[in-house]
Design a protein around this ligand. Structure first.
Ligand code: ADP
Length: 374
């Protein structure tokens, strides 16, 4: 009987696990939030991932549970583990990707390099932090943020007053120093339940409007020392937090060459889409191998450079698939990946990968294909 992997969440990350699962002979099943989601090809159930009975029923027919997102509540995850279900990443690791305050505290314990930060429960505490950090800071809601939602740069504590008034009793916000970074990097690691791990080369991620726009792998101009340091940070976090599956560590590189941890994702990540076509083992296959406790694959890139460009939705009435032929014609080198999502302005609906020996050429090829969707 094939190994059965259950993925909670029907988004594009689950969708992109389907092809490698088929290749490996893994029986992949998806619990989707709705009908017609990105991963509908493998959706064997539709239901609410916050409802224990729904998740239990789904988990009863699989050998391991993993995720398309990090939003499954801790109570649900812990109940599954108590039932004897293999859950990867497990709740003890996943909580640090679910709550940015928990993450900062744990990373501090591990000695990982990170921005100055504080837990602030009211406007007064926030102002004290701002006063000690040049009058500015980055306020974050600890839970539920994505693509820059739940992140606000402030120069006075009053600017976060609405967030404080929305907090439940005993809750708090996270504030961080405003890091003068020169660029953003991401380090990915895959780790098996038996502790074996592999690292990908650190990549540069270019954000536009809080959303990842482009990824260059490896990050241009990173010397051997920083390559090794990023890999070490990734490995230490994966081990220290007991992560199983893919871990992405989002990093800031500062002017003086320091690398600081921004945040963690415990699943395949946008910064790793390049590896689908640009590395011996793509991140979606690697995630499946890791959560199923199979031997991990090599992470070596196929080419000197790989570039990933996200395709964001345009006008709501535009037919995304109608544009695929133009994208393919624009750049025969590029690989087009579509998510089966209705385009909405700004929504990630696909991406393009390209690889080769000259970075400018690779960028031009990827952009030519991506522009066909604009
Ligand atoms: P999300 O969970 O929405 O991805 P992040 O915590 O990654 O939120 O923040 C989104 C973006 O905001 C980052 O990619 C970065 O560009 C900027 N940012 C976040 N924290 C800081 C910080 N401490 N200093 C400077 N910029 C920051």
């Amino acid at each position: 009987m094939a190994l059965r992997v259950g993925v909670i969440g029907g988004g594009q990350l689950a969708r992109m696990m389907i092809a490698p699962a088929v290749e490996l002979g893994i029986d992949i099943r998806v619990l989707a939030e709705d009908e017609g989601m990105s991963a509908q090809l493998a959706a064997t159930a539709v239901g609410d991932y916050r409802d224990l009975d729904t998740v239990r029923r789904f988990a009863a027919d699989v050998d391991v549970i993993t995720f398309d997102h990090e939003h499954v509540p801790q109570e649900v995850l812990r109940a599954l583990v108590a039932d004897g279900v293999a859950v990867h990443p497990g709740p003890d690791a996943l909580r640090f990707a679910q709550d940015k305050l928990d993450m900062r505290a744990r990373l501090a314990d591990l000695g990982a390099p990170q921005p100055d930060w504080a837990r602030v429960a009211d406007v007064g505490e926030l102002q004290t932090f701002l006063d000690a950090h040049g009058g500015r800071g980055v306020v974050k809601t600890p839970r539920g943020g994505y693509d820059g939602k739940g992140v606000r740069v402030v120069s006075a504590a009053e600017e976060a007053a609405d967030w404080f008034s929305g907090l439940a009793d005993g809750d708090a916000l996270l504030v961080e120093e405003l890091v003068p970074f020169v660029r953003e990097l991401a380090q990915q690691v895959a780790r098996r339940p038996n502790g074996e791990s592999v690292s990908y080369p650190v990549v540069e991620t270019v954000q536009k409007g809080g959303v990842c726009a482009e990824v260059i792998a490896p990050a241009p101009g990173v010397d051997a020392e920083h390559l090794a340091e990023a890999a070490r940070i990734g490995r230490e976090i994966a081990e220290g937090l007991g992560v199983t599956g893919m871990l992405a560590v989002e990093l800031f590189q500062t002017e003086d060459g320091r690398i600081l941890v921004n945040e963690l994702a415990m699943r395949p990540h946008n910064s790793g889409h390049w590896s689908q076509d640009g590395a011996v083992t793509g991140q979606f296959e690697q995630h499946l191998r890791a959560v199923a406790d199979l031997p991990l694959g090599e992470t070596t890139p196929h080419a000197d450079w790989s570039v990933m460009i996200n395709i964001l939705g345009g006008p709501a009435d535009a037919g995304m698939l109608d544009r695929v032929p133009a994208a393919l014609a624009a750049s025969p080198q590029a690989k087009v990946h579509t998510y089966g999502k209705a385009p909405r302005p700004g929504r990630k609906v696909g991406h393009v990968n390209a690889s080769g020996s000259d970075l400018d050429t690779v960028l031009a090829e990827a952009r030519a294909a991506a522009d066909a969707f604009a």
